[in-house]
Design a protein around this ligand. Structure first.
Ligand code: NAD
Length: 321
């Protein structure tokens, strides 16, 4: 995915995978170098190189396939704060896949940065919406109805908990901190899914972002872990309710990525390090790897998937210790 927009967001914990072009060029080069040596016999090595080349071309073709899977579709993406936001990587890849986009940012404070980013993305328009406010959600969906008529995809990439709740013990969580975390990070999904339903007249795909702290204790993640557990349960209940409208609802459980929200968790550096050491793939996930699963979920290829939590975490969740 190194050639896709947003790849500059890679952190030092996520080694840069090579682009398909560079793989193809390099294997083409090696293959022709081998063929250019007359006494070099047809060998297992040559078969291996051919297989790699075919694989590379296949991957290239797959990317081409992914480049128009959302043609003619409209996606609403909530949660762009800056260029590091997971929502921004998703918006870019959905645009790359052919979708037109409505991208939302939270408030006036984030407007300038979000507007600048969104203005540079073709086929995209920026909207403001604080998801903790019913009036702003209602106004947004009126604007979306007027502008697009129908929508096909909704990405909910929004979460918040007061900073003091992500430091000490979960046992010290305040009533207000608990309320805010669950309101912004969970209830907002229910609210936007309900508002989107009448606009998804051809069915649709709704997705949200979750984290492993929903099911196992991640120290300092605290009330956000409880919120993510409620979010994953909400995904299942929404999937049941909206299934009759042919609307799918899923969650993507991403491994840790350095973003604005993640920086609010004390001990993020340790979390990233630990994750990269323990994950079967021995690295952290790249934001573009998360975004490509969002494109998949929005596409017809995922028509049979609803109510699921899909892990994009380099396999971390399968480990016992
Ligand atoms: P981010 O800070 O870029 O995105 C969080 C977004 O939530 C921001 O755009 C913020 O403006 C928005 N938001 C907060 N309160 C809001 C409100 N009241 N109304 C509207 N928007 C509001 O960070 P991110 O890491 O891209 O987070 C996106 C999602 O991914 C979150 O749900 C987060 O929990 C989840 N997630 C992140 C990681 C990670 O390691 N970064 C891992 C797994 C899941």
């Amino acid at each position: 995915m190194a050639d896709l927009p947003g790849s500059e967001q890679r952190s030092e914990y996520s080694p840069k995978p090579r682009s398909r072009e560079s793989i193809i060029a390099s294997w083409k080069g090696r293959k022709s170098a081998i063929q250019a040596v007359p006494e070099y016999p047809h060998s297992g090595a040559q078969d291996f190189l051919s297989a790699r080349l075919v694989f590379s071309i296949f991957v290239g073709a797959e990317e081409k396939y992914m480049s128009n899977v959302l043609e003619g579709r409209t996606a609403v993406v909530f949660g762009v704060a800056n260029k590091r936001s997971i929502a921004w990587a998703i918006a870019q890849q959905m645009q790359h896949a052919g979708a037109q986009l409505a991208i939302t940012y939270q408030n006036e404070r984030l407007k300038q940065e979000a507007d600048d980013l969104i203005a540079a993305l073709p086929n995209s328009q920026a909207f403001q919406c604080d998801v903790s406010r019913d009036d702003e959600i209602a106004r947004l969906f009126e604007q979306l109805k007027e502008r697009y008529g129908k929508i096909d995809t909704l990405v909910h990439s929004v979460a918040f908990a007061p900073a003091e709740e992500l430091k000490g013990e979960f046992a010290e969580t305040s009533r207000e901190g608990f309320r805010i975390a669950l309101d912004v990070s969970v209830y907002s999904l229910v609210a936007v899914a309900r508002a989107a339903r009448p606009l998804m007249t051809d069915g649709g795909s709704i997705m949200t972002m979750t984290y492993y702290g929903a099911e196992k204790v991640v120290p300092k993640y605290n009330v956000m872990g409880v919120a993510k557990a409620a979010l994953e349960a909400s995904v299942r209940y929404l999937a049941y309710d909206l299934g009759k409208n042919n609307i799918r609802v899923n969650a993507i459980s991403a491994g840790p990525i350095k973003t604005l929200a993640a920086r609010g968790i004390s001990g993020l550096g340790e979390m990233l390090k630990e994750h990269a050491e323990r994950a079967p793939l021995k690295r952290n996930v790249d934001v573009n790897e998360v975004a490509s699963i969002a494109v998949f979920l929005a596409s017809g290829a995922a028509n049979g998937i609803t109510g699921e939590t899909i892990y994009v975490d380099c396999g971390y969740n399968i480990m016992g210790f």
